[in-house]
Structures are given as C-alpha cells and as structure tokens.
Design a protein. Structure first.
Lengths: 187, 393
C-alpha cells in the first residue's frame, strides 16, 4: 500500500503520543503540514528518516517564513521526501522573535547544512548545533536580515566613502573644484 | 622533513567554475584535503523581490535563475501558482509546455556537455553541442521573441498560442537530434582520454547522494531511478512513453551517460508531444478560461466588456489566490526545481521560496573531491552541471 501523508501523521502520533502535533488547517494548504515544538524536532526527524515504514531519507529543503506582526513571528519549514515510498511530508516549527533558535537537523540530513545557513542568512534564525552557521548568499559583513518583513526592499543610499562614517578617506571638498574659465571667441 | 598543506583559491573568476563559484581548496601536494565552495556572488534577492510583485510579474525573474533552462523555471512557478489557486491548464497548453520544456532539457544538456568536455580537454564537442543549442534557441525566438529570457508560460496556460509552422520546425529538430546524440557519443563514449578523465572520478554513492539531497542526473547517475516526471507526474507526463536512464557507479562518466541518454529520451518525449498537439489542433486552446485568475484572450478584450474588465483587473492588480500555501516540484534539467508559495490572499505572495537544484547539488562537491587530485575538481564541478544564477538567486 502506498504511503500517504495521513498515515505518516498517524504513525508519528502513535510513536510520540506526548508531542503536541498540530495539523495546519486551511482549505488552500495544499501539502499535508504538521506543526511540532522545536525541542522535539531532531528526535522526530530521526524517526522519520529511520523508520522502515516511512524512510524520509531525503530532505528536500528548509526555509523560513516571517509572519510579522504575528507572534510567534517566524516559521521554519521542512519539506521531506521519501524516495522509497514516493511520499512528501511537511514539518513546521514556530520560532519566537525574542529567541529565534531552532535545533539543527544537519545531524539527521547533511543536506540541511546550506539550507539552514540560507535561512539564518535571510531571517537571522539561529540553528543550534550547526557546524558552520555563517552567511551564505549575502556578504559576510552584511548588516540585518533581508527577508524579514521589516527589512526594506531597497532604494537605500548606496554606500560610498564620502557618505559612510568611519571611512579613512575624507570626503572631497567639492566647493574647491571651480569650473574652468573658458574664453569664447566669435569666429 | 616538515610538510604543510597549501590553501588555494579557485575562482570566482575561473573559466571552469561555470560562473562565479569560488572553491577554497586545501591541498597536500596535488591531493585535495578539504574543499569549501563559497557562493553568493550573484545574489540578487529574487525571493525578496517576489514578495513585492504579483505572481505573473515574477515569471521574468525565473528566466534569470537557471538561465540555461528558462522554460523549466517558468513552468515551475506557474505550476506552483496553479496548485495554490487550484486550477489546471488545458490539455493542449500542457502538451506545448511538455514540448518546450523537453527542448529546454536538450539545450541545457547540450550546453552542459559542451562546456564539461571543453573543461577537460575535448574541444570539438563544444562546437557540435552549441550547434544544436542554437536550433533550440531559434525555436524559442519563434515562440516568444526571446532567445534566452523566454517568460512564455503563464499561470493557467501560455502567454500566446504557438506560431504557425512551429510544429514542423520542432519535428525537423526531433528527427535530426538522435543522429546528433550519436555524434556526441562517437566523440566521447569510447574515447580513451575521456574515459581516463571521467571513469571512477568524483564518485558519489546512492546513500551519499540522498543524504546530501542531490536530485536529477546526479542522483540517477548514482543509481537511484528517481524522476519526478515518473513518480509525481505533472503536465500529463504519465501519458508519455519514456525511460529513466540510471547509472551504476555514480562517477562522472555515469552522470555523462545519464545526461546523454536523457537527451535521447527528451527527443522521444518531444516527438510524442508534437503528435499530441497536432491531435488537439495546430491552433486552439492555450489558456484556461477562468478569468478570475487568467487574462482573457486579446481578441475577446477588444469586443467584450466583461473580458476588458477582467483584463484590467488582472493586469493592474493581479489575481487573488486563496489564503494558503503550496509547494510544487518539477524535474528540471538539473534536478528537483520547486517553488513554494505562501499566500495571504493578496495578489502578491507573502513568501516565495525557490528550491534550486544546483544549490543543493553543489553541496555534494566536497564529498566528491576530498582525497582526490586537483585535476578531478574540474571534472567534478563540470559533472555537477551547476548554474550560479540559480544557486545565488
């Protein structure tokens, strides 16, 4: 019998009766999605990967969503794929703004490494236990978290030496540059 | 005698890194001890920008992600938006989509094969491959007026019907293509230099590939027959007859073989798609007639008040999807390309996330090359078939 997401949820509830799983409601939520608390994430993921009936061996991707002004503000989404049973399943973790921390699943799926770095890069969500949590797409010295909803889209002033405080070269004194005098002659 | 390793910076301006990939290599003589890919030089914040655009306005952005396969990217976005809204394009539009995305796969694989072979010293193949790629690009040109930035697909169908005479042209291409694939194979498949450079080089076991999230030809080269066109059919792919080529050893040669066979399979699918389109009519329905989400045909806009109103509403505001979210993956030439939309009910997505296959596949690079020779790094990067526009987005 083909594995269905409903069966996956049932299996999880059987195995972890004490974990408050919560199915995401909504008629247009097109993929079967389950919320779970962050502190049980690694345990549940390891079970999903190793259980012979489930075998979610491939983590398709990890991503973040910012729900400003909702609280808890962030969500981290995990899209899992079971090649063995041709089945997909979605896990979600809610993350509060005050302490944006989630345990890393790099120990379960090594592929999570870059996905979690990307989510950190975009949202500033810290993945505890990640081996190398640094910026990945943005420059290392970038300030702020660009995909947060309160981060501007652009149109900021471009940083040049003359408009950035702390740069060693002083701004050129434009008033000293006088236009050249040109004599015009009638031909 | 005291020895120490040397750190070498490869890229971001290096001809064989296929764009602006930078790899920091720690070398012990000619052996790679550690490798770390560094990316982000092409990051343009496409996911952020999508939050400020309507769904349709994001389509031109997707052309610029995997710029070697623009139609596949268009398709990924359109299918994800269609899944979110709950609509489906008409059968004829789907057949046209299949035809064009399979041609895209051929052209993308041609670029890959040409440049990969060029990287490791086989120059001739490049000229052969780019000849066929050019033909696909001229087909694009005829279809939508652009050679690279197609933006041809729309949510619910296509932006316009295919021009007259296109199918004959595609048919001619499909008839010729198997002979060209033979040509590529004659140049490489039994070439001793090619075998020496690719056989047993940059291996990846099936287990490693799955753990690293690799998809597409990388995963199939490692012996896992996972193809979304077969396992999660979209656009009516279950109605086409084709095989999924699979490798055995997971080395660079197997990935080469898988892609060359995929060129042949794509040719097969294209031929079937052309027949299907002809059955459904050389001209006909190319867009869904659900005017809450899809722009009405231009001819109707000129004569019908209702159509004019819908046209203006959709062009000016965009369509209003339900509150919810959807993820749809397609088998792009490079692997699983997925779009994830979160909608808050407004015409602009609350969040668009792109699952770019190259981004994930590139992660396997250190596994492939650590403990091997520097010259193999070039082969490994080439055999991954990455596009930095998609990795950095």
């Amino acid at each position: 019998m083909a594995l269905t997401p409903e069966r996956v949820e049932q299996r999880l509830r059987e195995r972890f009766p004490e974990v408050p799983f919560e199915r995401q409601e909504g008629s247009a939520v097109r993929d079967h999605t389950l919320y779970l608390p962050a502190d049980r994430l690694v345990e549940v993921c390891t079970f999903l990967r190793d259980d012979s009936e489930l075998q979610f061996a491939l983590l398709s991707w990890v991503g973040g969503v910012d729900w400003l002004p909702r609280e808890p503000r962030f969500e981290v989404v995990y899209h899992l794929l079971s090649i063995e049973h041709a089945c997909r399943f979605v896990l979600k973790v809610r993350v509060p703004e005050a302490e944006p921390r989630v345990p890393s699943v790099t120990g379960v799926w090594p592929t999570a490494n870059w996905h979690e770095r990307e989510t950190y890069d975009f949202y500033g969500i810290v993945f505890d236990g990640h081996p190398d949590l640094t910026r990945i797409l943005l420059p290392d010295d970038w300030q702020g978290w660009p995909l947060r909803k309160d981060s501007p889209l652009g149109y900021q002033e471009v940083a040049f030496t003359h408009n950035t405080p702390g740069r060693s070269v002083p701004a050129p004194d434009l008033t000293r540059l006088k236009p050249k005098k040109v004599k015009y002659r009638a031909h | 005698m005291r020895t120490e390793t040397m750190t070498l910076n490869m890229g971001p301006q290096h001809p064989s890194t296929h764009g602006v990939l930078r790899v920091v290599l720690e070398l012990d003589g000619e052996t790679v001890v550690r490798a770390k890919p560094i990316i982000g030089y092409l990051h343009t914040g496409m996911e952020k920008q999508a939050e400020y655009k309507t769904y349709t306005q994001s389509i031109p952005q997707t052309d610029r992600m995997d710029y070697l396969a623009p139609m596949s990217n268009n398709l990924g976005l359109c299918l994800a938006a269609e899944k979110l809204v709950g609509i489906e394009a008409p059968a004829r539009a789907q057949a046209i989509r299949v035809l064009l995305t399979e041609l895209t796969r051929i052209s993308s694989h041609c670029v890959w094969l040409g440049t990969h072979a060029l990287d490791i010293g086989a120059m001739t193949v490049f000229f052969y491959c780019f000849r066929e790629r050019e033909k696909v690009l001229s087909i694009y040109d005829q279809v939508c007026g652009a050679r690279m930035t197609a933006s041809y697909f729309r949510v619910g169908g296509l932006s316009a019907d295919i021009p007259a005479g296109l199918l004959d042209r595609c048919q001619k291409f499909v008839d010729e293509m198997p002979a060209h694939a033979d040509e590529y194979e004659r140049l490489l498949s039994k070439n001793p230099i090619w075998l020496a450079r690719t056989k047993g080089v940059a291996p990846l076991s099936a287990q490693q590939a799955i753990a690293m999230g690799a998809t597409g030809p990388i995963l199939r080269g490692s012996g896992v027959g996972w193809d979304l066109r077969k396992t999660e059919p979209y656009c009516g792919y279950d109605g086409y007859d084709f095989d999924v080529p699979v490798g055995a050893n997971g080395d660079a040669y197997d990935r080469y073989m898988v892609r060359v066979q995929e060129i042949r399979q794509s040719t097969r699918i294209s031929g079937q798609a052309i027949r299907k389109i002809r059955e459904l009519g050389e001209r006909g329905e190319y867009r869904l007639r659900d005017f809450k989400y899809v722009v009405p045909p231009k001819e109707e806009v000129k004569t019908s008040m209702e159509a004019l109103i819908h046209h203006f509403k959709i062009v000016a505001h965009g369509f209003f999807p339900p509150v919810g979210e959807a993820y749809q993956a397609i088998e792009a030439p490079k692997g699983e390309l997925g779009f994830y939309f979160v909608s808050d009910g407004t015409p602009r997505p609350w969040r668009m996330k792109v699952r770019a296959p190259s981004f994930v596949n590139l992660q396997t690079l250190p596994t492939m090359i650590e403990g091997r020779l520097v010259a193999d790094v070039i082969t490994a990067i080439g055999s991954l078939d990455i596009v930095l526009g998609e990795i950095d987005r």
